[in-house]
Design a protein around this ligand. Structure first.
Ligand code: SF4
Length: 478
């Protein structure tokens, strides 16, 4: 290949993959690659795959079929197009990809993508290259820092991986097999990353990990630091207005995390805490290691630390063995908690997981029907939560120009999109907005005087979230 080399990367799935894709771009920038939005002028295409979705590998093979046509066309035009498969499907099915898809030059697992330059060289010399081991070295130690231009182009909000892998082994989940055992990055490295991002205009950091609140990194004092300890350190970094973290496991919520929510105004009062089911029987078969009551008590601890805190969650309906009674327990839990939003999915087996060997007992029609009932309930709660913002003045971190000319869009503490008509100068600022209306999931309003809302409303001045939802439901007649 002769410069400039163009890289097209297509990423599927979770926020970890979004972050990994950015780091692959950073890694290959050192080799003279620049990103292109078009597959047609790329010299290298990377599919950064996800194994969570149903029939994930089949979708990868059909995408590779399309890429074969493009690669053949490039060859007819005297160009060489290299194709790499990365991410969790690469990890789970590396040898099979090499066997079934001759179009692929490089297969690289999520723990090895810092070796992409060497793997490309190897593919050029020897035809193909595969690496899906969990290497002993920490890939983060080998990834070059993102360039200032790249940081600025990615906007004012950034992910930072602090932890990878999972030791929980929920019976439906592939993560422990594709991402390996829990590993936490040292505090000093994370602080360096956040300092660099803040220096180049990033205002909001979301710490990510497959089980982020299992974080147990080596601290600057030689102790093992928890996620709460880490958040406390990052909250001191000038320029960082907002901190978030995702995704958490209910069992790993410790007192340092609760205290961080109590003490740190920069830590947003919005927690994604998956529960998956409200039935203790199903939670046990899922190997979730908590009951519905344990989960509710964790929620209560958050709420006692911070009255305005809101929650989102994940649910699976139709898990093997789920009866109507079990499903009713899920609906009851949703009613009890009152979510600001949640993701819900029909169960489908993932190859290689214990649940894939369980007898499926819920028919497709029953699953569809349960999913509709659950989503109607969640939607009504989300709608009530959003309606409750109307008439209030709330802080918004402005991110970018909206599609509507003249409008700028930002996010509230609860990640609700909020639009105002204003100059692009406000991008990167946290400003109070008087919310006037709601259009689908977006809030619309006007900039309010700076004194109209504190950076984060004090907990004592807030109506408890459950009451906000109740009163908004009453207004909506729900
Ligand atoms: S805790 Fe989350 S990542 Fe870990 S096995 Fe369970 S569902 Fe998967």
């Amino acid at each position: 290949m002769s410069p400039p080399h163009k890289l097209h990367i297509k990423s599927y799935g979770c926020q970890m993959n979004v972050y990994d894709a950015q780091r692959m771009v950073d890694t290959l920038a050192g080799e003279g690659f620049v990103e292109t939005a078009s597959i047609d002028d790329a010299d290298l295409v990377i599919l950064n795959t996800c194994h969570i979705r149903e029939k994930a590998s089949e979708k990868v093979y059909s995408e590779l079929g399309r890429l074969r046509v493009i690669k053949d066309e490039a060859a007819r035009n005297g160009r060489t197009l290299y194709i790499a498969v990365a991410g969790c499907v690469a990890q789970a099915e590396g040898q099979e990809i090499i066997r079934r898809a001759p179009v692929v030059d490089v297969v690289v697992g999520p723990q090895s993508y810092h070796h992409l330059p060497q793997l490309l060289t190897q593919a050029k010399r020897h035809g193909r290259a595969l690496e899906t081991e969990f290497p002993v070295e920490d890939k983060f130690g080998f990834l070059p820092p993102p360039k200032p231009d790249a940081i600025r182009a990615r906007g004012i909000s950034s992910f930072v991986t602090v932890q990878e892998g999972c030791d929980k082994f929920c019976t439906f989940c592939v993560v422990p097999y594709t991402r390996g055992a829990e590993v936490s990055r040292p505090v000093a490295k994370i602080v360096d990353d956040v300092l660099r991002l803040a220096d180049h205009g990033v205002r909001e950091i979301t710490l990510i990990g497959q089980n982020v609140n299992a974080y147990h990194g080596e601290g600057s004092d030689g102790r093992v630091w928890s996620l709460g300890d880490l958040l406390r350190r990052l909250a001191d970094i000038p320029g960082i207005a907002r901190l978030r973290y995702s995704t958490s496991h209910p069992r790993d919520v410790d007192e340092t995390l609760i205290a961080a929510h109590r003490d740190l105004p920069a830590l947003m009062p919005f927690v994604h805490l998956p529960v998956q089911s409200g039935s203790d029987r199903i939670l046990a078969v899922m190997n979730r290691k908590h009951t519905a009551d344990d989960y509710c008590r964790v929620i209560d601890r958050f709420r006692s630390a911070r009255q305005d805190i809101a929650f989102s969650s994940d649910f699976i309906v139709g898990f093997p063995g789920e009866t109507e009674e079990d499903f009713q327990a899920t609906l009851a839990l949703v009613m009890q908690i009152g979510y600001a939003g949640a993701y819900s999915f029909k169960y489908s087996p993932r190859p290689g997981t214990p649940a894939a060997d369980m007898q499926e007992t819920v028919s497709a029609a029953e699953m569809d029907e349960r999913l509709v009932r659950l989503q109607e309930l969640i939607d009504s709660q989300q709608s009530a939560f959003n309606q409750a913002a109307i008439g209030n003045t709330i802080d918004v971190l402005f991110e970018r120009a909206a599609r509507n000319p003249g409008q700028i869009v930002g996010r509230t503490a609860y990640l609700q999109p909020a639009h105002v008509t204003a100059s692009p100068d406000i991008i990167g600022q946290v400003l109070p907005v008087k919310i006037e209306s709601l259009e689908r999931y977006s809030l619309l309003g006007q900039l309010a005087p700076a004194s109209a809302a504190p950076a984060v409303p004090p907990a004592s001045s807030q109506m408890p979230l459950s009451q906000m939802i109740d009163s908004a439901q009453t207004r909506m007649g729900a």
